[in-house]
Design a binder for this molecule. Structure first.
Ligand code: IPE
Ligand code: IPE
Ligand code: MG
Length: 245
């Protein structure tokens, strides 16, 4: 997909990091950073729609984030519930499809119900797909895929030699989505923190010191611009790619 001379990545995945530090800089409680982070999410969704991005994957809560103080965890859950309550109708009106990936069985039943209703309501929408990772871990994703496959082998639906990369891929929570083209992490850390492991084999990484609540359309354009200066070789040589053009 192109906008002017810019090639827009089809699938953008973002680790939205730095909310706590954003609040700390302002001598506010961490929660204020998460609230500001939610505003940034709303804006980035709009920016992605304008740029014709196909899939936006957002890391909202990792399987390791339960280790945080229980007060922060419960405030994050409340914020998630509030965001769904306030935003789902508008997302639906804008033809946006909302998906949640992760082990949602660990959430309280009312949040689980909200998630199911939101995904059900928007499942046939054909615009931007927002993929929210909540209680998600890349290792969890691979593990649950392996469990599903093991059940199929055990019940003779498939044999061990049927287990291919494509079969594993089809059991991941992102099965029908294209692999991420661009992976953005805000907040200055340069690590994956267990977000989408299998899916990242050939994704381009972009790290920025900008804290998530400050990440806006201009910052997104900088990331896309950086992406546009990469040569994605997928194992081939640069010369081979030039021959193909
Ligand atoms: C990311 O911001 C949001 C979540 C993990 C929910 P942080 O809360 O990790 O912010 P920092 O890294 O402490 O600044
Ligand atoms: C990753 O951020 C998780 C989310 C943004 C939801 P963290 O702040 O939890 O990552 P670490 O602990 O610094 O690796
Ligand atoms: Mg952090």
């Amino acid at each position: 997909m192109t906008a002017g001379n810019t090639h827009v990545p089809q699938h953008i995945a973002i680790i939205m990091d730095g909310n706590g530090r954003w609040a700390k800089q302002r001598h506010q409680p961490r929660f204020m950073g998460h609230r500001a982070g939610l505003k940034a999410v709303e804006n980035i969704v709009k920016q992605c729609v304008e740029r014709n991005v196909t899939v936006l994957s957002l890391f909202a809560f990792s399987s390791e984030n339960w280790r945080r103080p229980s007060k922060e965890v419960s405030l994050l859950m409340e914020l998630f519930a509030l965001a769904l309550k306030q935003q789902v109708k508008r997302l639906n009106e804008n033809n946006i499809q909302l998906r949640i990936i992760g082990d949602i069985t660990k959430f309280n039943s009312s949040l689980q119900k909200q998630i199911t209703q939101a995904t059900e309501l928007t499942k046939d929408n054909t615009g931007l797909i927002i993929n929210i990772a909540a209680n998600y871990g890349g290792r969890w994703d691979i593990t649950q895929a392996v469990q599903q496959i093991a059940v199929k082998v055990k019940s003779d639906q498939i044999v061990a030699s049927d287990i291919t990369e494509a079969l594993i891929n089809s059991h991941l929570s992102t099965a029908d989505l294209p692999e991420p083209d661009l992976y953005i992490r805000t907040g200055g850390e340069q690590r994956v923190s267990n977000f989408l492991l299998w899916q990242l084999a050939y994704t381009e990484f972009y790290f920025t010191d900008t804290l998530w609540p400050d990440f806006d359309g201009q910052a997104l354009d900088q990331a896309i611009d950086s992406f546009n200066h990469r040569e994605r070789r997928f194992g081939r040589t640069s010369e081979q790619l030039q021959e193909k053009e």
